[in-house]
Unconditional design. Sequence first.
Length: 191
Amino acid sequence: MRISAGNLKGRKINFREAQTAAAKQDALRPTSSKVRESVFNIIGSLIVDAKFVDLYAGTGAVGIEALSRGASAVSFVEADRKRAELIEKMLKDCGYSSKADIIKGEASAFIARAVKEGLKFDIVFLDPPYHTGELERILPMLSDGDLLNDKGIIIAEHLSKKKLPDEIGNFVQKKAYKYGDTMLTLYRKKQ
């Protein structure tokens, strides 16, 4: 897996090391290069100087790509301790440790803490394991809290067979993009 653009263009992310380092070895399903590139095409210039959250970070490739493309800060949320440590090592190797916050824990705990602390983000990317109820649990948590800046966006990656609601709390679905079995669904705050 390689970073597709920005300061680290062409840099390899070691997916196999992330896969073998994890406790649940078959649970890691990294965002493909094609879909990852599409995420950043959707985001476009909004990534520059953005505060970005990579929920369910896995290999860390999406968050590292965000830093490579100009995000000012990225929070990597990863429940698997070994994967989180590997992301931390990769960030150090890339020279991005000072722009990153690695949260070793569950997405729901991070959201609750971030809302309580008044943290705000411009872009939230979430890619939970496909065959769980995480999207249905986490999207309402995001919409209930005040984690997203007014012009911020949420991008959810999920199976294309799963249709997400048009509205969730104070979020409205703006567009859905299909890439084979994968769907990217974009939400913004209601205006």
